[in-house]
Structure formats: structure tokens, C-alpha cells
Design a protein around this ligand. Structure first.
Ligand SMILES: Nc1ncnc2c1ncn2[C@@H]1O[C@H](COP(=O)(O)OP(=O)(O)OP(=O)(O)O)[C@@H](O)[C@H]1O
Length: 216
């Protein structure tokens, strides 16, 4: 089913149903995500938050329903959607055998960016002096920051971030929150999961979509 797009709806979830191991995680779930939205998918462990993010990102298929990007089913505008999508999963896509700088370079290049001063970008995430450290030798928080560094340099409008604050210290979380606000204000959207409360993004700026663990 193709929906008529509202002008500022970026992502539309249309009656999504997800079943895992014979358990219905969510059923006929629909929502719109607009330009300017910061949306937290919340719910207890195992409720289906990561499953929902992966479906929105087109990484896995729902049992039923579709995801639309700017009015088109994402299975029919995959190139355009992927071009505008930045997905950061649990495992964050950081290679332990590469340095922090090599990881960032790699991630920027596969997203089509080249020739940038990566040391400036790493400075944004407090990794100055660690450019040449192997990611495998970094602390958990520094490892995560290596993955997050690309957020400071992307033109992608849709950010889907699975637990971006994991292992990040308080100041780092606040910097990320400010970046989310800036991104939303410039016409993008952020869809994230976190078990932490946010302190910079206000209740008015944050939309929540709740999933509850179901017993069937
Ligand atoms: N590919 C899969 N195959 C089978 N079961 C899966 C798969 N992916 C997720 N599940 C199951 O679906 C349920 C929801 O998992 P999911 O990772 O989406 O939850 P979550 O809400 O993100 O949890 P958490 O807060 O712990 O990260 C879990 O019971 C999980 O074991």
C-alpha cells in the first residue's frame, strides 16, 4: 500500500508486525517520523526495540506491514533511502584491528565522503591523541566514540541509533544530545533506543514510542 506523503513526514511505519521465536513483539504498529523529530523507542529488555530499528532501517523484514521513506515503500527506493540513512547498531561497526582514524576513514569512505580532516572529527569525540591507537586497545567508551564520530560529519537525514550512549560518559552523552538537537533543527530526524534518561533533550523535544514485553 502506498501512502500519500505529508510534506514533512520522513519515515512512516505502516501496520508493522514482528514475530520472533513464535512471540509477537509488536502488532500492526503505525507511526510517522517527521523532519525535526527526536524519537526514543522505549521498553524493557527483549521488548523488540532493536528488532523495530532494524526493520525501519530495512535490515530485516517485518512479518507484515511496510516502512515508507518520503512516501515510498523502502523496498522500492532502497538506494535513495540508504543514501539518506545512517544506522549505528549495537556492535557499532568498529574493526578492532584498525586504528581509530582508520575506522573513521573507512566508515566515511563507504558513506561516500573522502578527503576530510579526520583528526578534527576525532577531536569532536575527545579522541585527540588516540588517532593511531588500535580500536581493539581502546576503552569501551572510546570504542563507542570511534563509531559515533561519523555523526559529526554526515549529510544523512535519518539517523537510527541503537543504544548510542552505551559506555559514554555524562559529558559525552550531553554532547551527543546537543548534536541530535542540531540535526533535528536542520531538518533531519533521530530514532534511537536508550535505557538512559536524557538531560539536554527536553520532554517537549522528545517523542516516545513504547514497546512492552508481551507473554503469549
Ligand atoms: N534474528 C532473531 N531471531 C530470533 N529471535 C530474535 C532475533 N532477533 C531478536 N530476537 C528475539 O526477539 C526479542 C526482542 O529482541 P530485541 O533485541 O529486539 O529486544 P530489545 O528490546 O532491543 O532488547 P534490549 O533492551 O535487551 O536490547 C528477544 O527475545 C530476542 O531474543
Amino acid at each position: 500500500m502506498t501512502q500519500k506523503p505529508q510534506t514533512n513526514v520522513l519515515v512512516h511505519a505502516n501496520e508493522l508486525t514482528c514475530i520472533r521465536e513464535e512471540r509477537i513483539l509488536f502488532d500492526e504498529l503505525s507511526f510517522d517520523i517527521h523532519a525535526g523529530d527526536i524519537v526514543q523507542i522505549e521498553g524493557p529488555n527483549g521488548a523488540g526495540k532493536t528488532s523495530l530499528l532494524r526493520i525501519i532501517a530495512g535490515l530485516s523484514r517485518p512479518y507484515a506491514g511496510e516502512v515508507h521513506y518520503q512516501g515510498q515503500d523502502i523496498t522500492r527506493c532502497r538506494d535513495e533511502f540508504n543514501h539518506d540513512l545512517l544506522y549505528l547498531g549495537h556492535l557499532a561497526g568498529v574493526k578492532s584491528e584498525l586504528t581509530a582514524e582508520e575506522n573513521l576513514n573507512f566508515n566515511l569512505r563507504i558513506s561516500g565522503y573522502d578527503g576530510f580532516d579526520t583528526s578534527d572529527i576525532l577531536a569532536n569525540v575527545n579522541l585527540s591523541g588516540f588517532e593511531d591507537a588500535l580500536a581493539g586497545h581502546l576503552s569501551a567508551g572510546q570504542h563507542r566514540r570511534t563509531a559515533l564520530a561519523r555523526l559529526w560529519h554526515t549529510n544523512c537525514r535519518v539517523w537510527i541509533l541503537d543504544e548510542p550512549f552505551t559506555a559514554i560518559d555524562k559529558k559525552g552523552v550531553e554532547e551527543l544530545e546537543r548534536l541530535f538537537i542540531k540535526h533535528a533543527e536542520s531538518g533531519g530526524c533521530v530514532i534511537l533506543t536508550t535505557h538512559q534518561d536524557m538531560s539536554v533533550v527536553s520532554d517537549e523535544q522528545l517523542r516516545k514510542i513504547r514497546l512492552d514485553y508481551r507473554f503469549v
